[in-house]
Design a protein around this ligand. Structure first.
Ligand code: AMP
Ligand code: MG
Length: 337
């Protein structure tokens, strides 16, 4: 077992982890969404370490994790009442809120912005760590920049290796995609990133509208034979293998065409049956959005590691229940229509 993975995450390793954070070191820990790469959010040097380990540009803000909503006022100011209402309903849970930052919050944490993202994660290890540490833990997903977020401790190790001082192992994440982010500094509040908590759930609690972008459909590439054009769309949670997103209607045809040109394919399906063949490695995810999301990143990693020529993903329906999954797939793959 590599030295920096703690598989027990008992009280002793939690105390050790909190001590490492106090010393300005990096601790990866499980949350219900994905694994986070944590550092003391009030220690600028420690926070810079997160950006170094990930290779993340300095203007990409981090989410600060806090142990209880009473600490909201340590990080944010002019906090609207709705923040407390949402905290009461959804925390601990997969919701991050954007609020005006207190002047004491380092700009390194917020990517130079005057707002800060805050969340209480719902995972026993994350909560114990936050309570033992006492302060805020800045933690983006524990992967290298633009790569697939980790949903197990092993993924973190593969991504970051010795760049992280300790990895607390809490098993596989139950949600599997990053938190829902709501911006409470705009009126009406805006959904910045879809996640397990839907905007309708937020609206129901707020009893007022939330501004939501149309469901993204991605930028279609006209010719399935063309290479992925860099910068054509925001590839963010992407496998290293060329990855295409195809409709249920066309995925079989595209798979057949590619096989004819002797390509080795990885296929991520959920509904459509594709005939097995020696040139195809298939994985199946569940037909329900929540359980699909839970398994998505591990499946993408598994296929990516096989170093195939191309990965095809069967695109789920473009309906609200699949918003978070579709958002991640649009960032992982090029849409082929
Ligand atoms: P990650 O922790 O890797 O999931 O990334 C954090 C996400 O939170 C990024 O998508 C950021 O754009 C978003 N975020 C964090 N702080 C802010 C902020 N102050 N304003 C807007 N977005 C934020
Ligand atoms: Mg991330």
């Amino acid at each position: 077992m590599p030295e920096n993975i703690s598989r027990t995450a008992d009280n002793i390793s939690i105390a050790d982890a909190a001590q490492l954070l106090r010393e300005g070191r990096l601790v990866a820990f499980p949350t219900e969404t994905v694994y986070g790469l944590g550092a003391d959010a009030s220690n600028v040097e420690a926070v810079k370490g997160i950006f170094r380990a990930k290779g993340r540009p300095a203007d990409h803000p981090l989410i600060v994790h806090i142990p209880e909503s009473a600490k909201l006022s340590d990080w944010a100011e002019n906090i609207p009442e709705v923040a407390y209402i949402l905290a009461e309903h959804f925390w601990p849970g997969p919701l991050a809120m954007i609020l005006p930052k207190k002047t004491t919050v380092p700009l390194e944490v917020t990517g130079g912005q005057n707002t800060v993202a805050l969340r209480i994660p719902n995972h026993p290890i994350a909560l114990k760590l936050l309570q033992a540490f006492g302060g805020g833990i800045a933690a983006p997903s524990a992967n290298r920049y633009c790569r697939i977020s980790p949903t197990t401790a092993q993924h973190v190790l593969e991504e970051l290796g010795n760049a992280v001082d300790l990895i607390l192992d809490g098993g596989a994440c139950s949600v599997g995609v990053e938190s829902t982010i709501i911006d409470l500094t705009s009126s009406p509040p805006r959904l910045l990133r879809p996640g397990h908590i839907s905007y309708q759930e937020l609206e129901a609690v707020l009893q007022s509208p939330v501004a939501v972008p149309e469901i993204l459909s991605g930028t279609p590439s006209i010719d399935p034979g063309s290479p992925r054009a860099p910068g054509m769309m925001a590839l963010h949670y992407a496998p290293e293998t060329k990855t295409w997103l195809c409709s249920s209607e066309t995925i079989g045809i595209i798979a057949k065409q590619l096989q004819l040109s002797n390509q080795h394919l990885g296929l991520l399906r959920y509904r459509t049956l594709i005939p097995d063949s020696p040139n195809i490695t298939q994985l199946t995810l569940p037909e329900q959005p929540d359980t699909y999301a839970q398994g998505l990143y591990a499946a993408l990693r598994q296929l990516d590691e096989l170093q195939l020529d191309i990965l095809l993903i069967e695109r789920p329906p473009l309906i609200e229940a699949w918003r978070a999954v579709n958002d991640r797939l649009n960032k992982a793959a090029t849409l082929i229509e």
